[in-house]
Design a binder for this molecule. Structure first.
Ligand SMILES: CSC[C@H]1O[C@@H](n2cnc3c(O)ncnc32)[C@H](O)[C@@H]1O
Ligand SMILES: [Zn+2]
Length: 431
């Protein structure tokens, strides 16, 4: 099936940030075959989508989260991280069944697709259920079984075996839309010997490592107290950065630590809204960029955000660092959008598949309804996408060429049923 999107304002996010004012993009068998000036003769295509001058851009990439936690949205607001985790999240997560994970995952996937995210990272338990939801819904994901290592040797081994089986069962599945990682939860919840075992497995399986790192001052101080080193040197010593690595947060990192991360080409998922809500702090993103680190955007879960609309992260990242440093030139709109698209894809080693509109890449494409007052006058599309848009402006979404959101409606999952089931599952918790 040959499809063309015509009459589009194309924001390609190629290296030169090419904008094509009156453009077209075509795809076949899930891959982009043409990006350029508008086409005159649409008769050679099986399907013609008229974008009617709306913005067309690559699907957004969310590089850190826990999607099944959408069931806990709004359950425990206004608390700091450690208290939030220990007294609120972990007790309820202890009650999760596969059914909770299933409906929480679908709820988040519909939300992400409808707000323009076509690729996401997920670290959680019951990952077979998450992967099946990814497969069914048509979204793209990099998934890992998150492992908390504060447990007996037997349970530790069981978790590593489960994570290994998950990688073996799902890497490359769903027509290549699912890829995998190994994931020790964090240095403060995983003993050193456990992390070393995970590193060994990741090397054998040839997959990256994903972990939370240096999110709060508390965990940095704890690391120094327990192991005599700050988290970055600690993880380096345990071999984590000998693998391709993606770390979430990196809020409390010194200049020396940034040098270590840069030396190992560690990718950082910046979770600006979650960090603000949990009062974890402000990551030194400008310094990260100056040191050449690849920085992308993550929402974390909707229990600490409280939604998965990556357009909100886009605007926050562009605003917060200006305000904190008293410098309006920091993180310009182009840089923010790059973090949410092409650099997000690179951070997940998926740049050959997604992140920009280029011939040969897969057709992960979103259309924004820009025929609205707050997109006028229509002269700088990147500025408008970053500073004026919201996920609610997303009209149509294609992943691997499949039309998964049509005129604002998800075509692959029954939204009404998911809303009903998510509420039913929440009622099953003992609060
Ligand atoms: C072992 S599965 C993932 C685990 O991570 C917890 N989690 C959610 N948000 C955060 C965060 O901001 N920092 C650290 N841990 C987080 C979640 O509750 C799961 O237990
Ligand atoms: Zn997290």
């Amino acid at each position: 099936m040959k499809t063309v999107i015509k009459n589009a304002k194309l924001i390609t996010m190629e290296n030169d940030h090419r904008i094509i004012e009156n453009g077209a993009i075509a795809f076949e068998n899930g891959k982009i075959t043409y990006v350029g000036e508008n086409i005159d003769d649409p008769t050679t295509y099986d399907e013609v989508y008229d974008a009617k001058g709306n913005y067309v851009l690559p699907g957004l990439v969310n590089t850190h989260g826990h999607i099944a936690m959408s069931l806990l949205r709004g359950y425990a607001d206004d608390l700091p991280l450690q208290q939030w985790l220990e007294t609120k999240m972990w007790p309820l997560e202890g009650q999760y069944t596969k059914e909770h994970t299933k409906w929480g995952s679908y709820l988040s996937i519909i939300e992400m697709l409808k707000t323009g995210t076509t690729t996401f990272v997920d670290m959680y338990d019951n990952m077979d259920v998450v992967a099946s939801a990814v497969d069914q819904s048509g979204i793209r994901a990099k998934l890992c079984r998150g492992m908390i290592g504060l447990a007996s040797d037997e349970v530790q081994m069981q978790k590593i075996e489960e994570a290994t089986a998950f990688v073996q069962d799902w890497e490359g599945k769903a027509n290549g839309r699912i890829t995998t990682m190994m994931s020790p939860h964090s240095p403060y919840t995983c003993p050193p010997a456990f992390i070393e075992k995970v590193v060994e497995k990741a090397k054998l399986l040839n997959v990256p490592i994903h972990t939370h790192m240096s999110e709060t001052l508390f965990e940095v101080e704890l690391n120094v107290k327990e192991y005599g080193q700050r988290p970055v040197a600690h993880l380096e010593k345990l071999g984590v950065f000998d693998c391709p690595a993606l770390v979430a947060h990196g809020v409390h990192v010194s200049d020396e630590e940034l040098d270590i991360l840069a030396k190992h080409d560690v990718r950082v998922s910046h979770n600006v809204i979650s960090n603000l809500k949990l009062a974890s702090g402000v990551a030194p993103v400008q310094k990260m960029l100056e040191k050449g680190l690849l920085v992308s955007l993550g929402t974390d879960s909707s229990a600490s955000n409280n939604n998965l609309d990556l357009f909100e992260e886009l605007k926050q990242v562009a605003l917060l660092h200006k305000g904190v440093h008293n410098d309006a030139t920091l993180i310009p709109a182009k840089t923010a959008l790059q973090m949410a698209t092409v650099d997000g894809a690179k951070s997940l080693w998926l740049e050959e598949q997604t992140g920009s509109l280029e011939v040969g890449k897969e057709a992960d494409i979103i259309v924004l309804n820009t025929n609205q007052v707050f997109f006028q006058p229509s002269h700088d599309p990147i500025s408008h996408v970053v500073y004026s848009a919201s996920g609610r402006d997303v009209k149509d979404v294609f992943v691997q060429g499949k039309h998964v959101v049509k005129n604002g409606e998800c075509t692959t999952v029954d939204e009404e049923q998911v809303i009903f089931e998510a509420n039913r599952m929440f009622k099953k918790f003992t609060l």
